[in-house]
Each structure stands twice: as C-alpha cells, then as structure tokens.
Design a protein around this ligand. Structure first.
Ligand code: 5GP
Length: 200
C-alpha cells in the first residue's frame, strides 16, 4: 500500500483557515484531521478530542519534553501543538492528513517533515483581512492590531510554501484545495507501485 501525505493549511489570522478546513473535511470524509493539543480554554460548543485536546501548561510542557509534537508554537498567547505519533501513523496507513496551523508551525513542519504539501491561504486584500479579524469580535483592539501586524510578517514566508489559495469565497477556496489534493495524488512519487504493477 502506498503512503498517504500531510497537507498543511496555513496562513495569517483572518485568512479563514478554520472555515475552509471545516468545509473540506465535511465534503471529503476520507481526509483525516489532525487534532492539536492546546493550552487555551475551550470555547462554547468545542469538545475535547474533537476540536482540540485541551491540556494545561504543565501537561503541554511534558509533551514537549517527551518529543510528542511534530511542531508547536505560542499563538496569540496560548500554546498549540501537533501530535506527531498520530500524524505519522496515519500517513503510513495511506491517509491524507490535514493540519490547520499557524505560519510559525508550518515553518517548523517544513524543517522536520519537508515532504509535506504546504498551502498558504490568503485573504483577497489586507483591508478584508482586518475586517475579518474585527468581525470575529473576540479580540480587543490591541489584539486586532497585533494580529494584523503579524499577518504582514507572516506574508514574508510565502515562498516556503507550495501553493497559494486566495480565500475570497469559501466554496471556491475549498475547490482549489481539492484540486491541489487531486494533483498531489497523481504525483509520480506517490504512484510508484502502480508503475511497478504495470511493468510486471
Ligand atoms: P484558535 O484558538 O482560534 O482555534 O486557533 C488560533 C490559531 O492557532 C490559528 O491560527 C490556528 O491555525 C492555530 N493552530 C491551531 N492548532 C495549531 C497547532 O497544532 N500548531 C500551530 N502551530 N498552530 C495551531
């Protein structure tokens, strides 16, 4: 059986990563979502083990020390990390695993697992990005300004990625990511076994 692959969907705060990933997973039941661990408190409606594994800082630090994360980062004051064992096992089993993580995390994955496929999600404009951050209404003015400033910094890393998807309309962005997945599945390196069976 051929291996699966890791699809990293990343981008600045307000690029719509969460919404886009939710829709992709709803439409493609076979994709596997990597549930991150976080020290942030659950929001209303969030379930432990579904949206995140909610842990305290001490447990998170222990996980870091035990090398349990593929990557981890402090994002807007809370820690977030991708459990390594689950992700690598799923890929070995042939699954396509989706990570929805911030840019710092994606750059770490690029270092430790460069064969992953990296998608940078962008807003149609920076003013739209600011509107989206504001509209969420969960952040203070200071937070909004910080996220907006960070977005400019994060854009500098776009060259580290394989694909850019502009998230203007969610269904269009979802279709583009599905196209990327389709093309990645057809890569020669992933179809070696088919070539071998034809030659047999
Ligand atoms: P939220 O708290 O709104 O769910 O997520 C805040 C930010 O953390 C988002 O940008 C999200 O992509 C990012 N994030 C979620 N899980 C992880 C993770 O495991 N690693 C990293 N580096 N970022 C994450």
């Amino acid at each position: 059986m051929s291996k699966g692959f890791l699809l990293v969907i990343s981008g600045p705060s307000g690029s719509g990563k969460g919404t886009v990933c939710k829709h992709i997973l709803e439409r493609n039941e076979k994709l596997v979502f990597s549930v991150s661990a976080t020290t942030r408190a659950p929001r209303r409606g969030e379930e432990d083990g579904v949206n995140y594994f909610f842990v305290d800082e001490e447990s998170f630090k222990e996980m870091v020390e035990n090398d349990e994360f593929l990557e981890y980062a402090n994002v807007h004051g809370n820690f977030y990390g991708t459990p390594k064992k689950f992700v690598l096992e799923q890929i070995e089993k042939g699954e396509i695993v989706i990570l929805e993580i911030d840019v710092q995390g994606a750059l770490q994955v690029k270092e430790s697992y460069p064969e992953a496929v990296f998608v940078f999600l962008l807003p149609p404009s920076m003013s739209e990005l600011k509107n989206r951050i504001k509209k969420r209404g969960t952040e203070s003015q200071e937070d909004i300004d910080l996220r907006f400033k960070n977005a400019f910094e994060e854009l500098k890393f776009v060259d580290e990625y394989d694909y850019i998807v502009i998230n203007d309309e969610v269904p269009e962005a979802v279709k583009k990511i599905e196209t990327i997945i389709g093309a990645e599945k057809l890569k020669v390196k992933r179809l070696r076994n088919i070539i071998d069976s034809i030659l047999d």
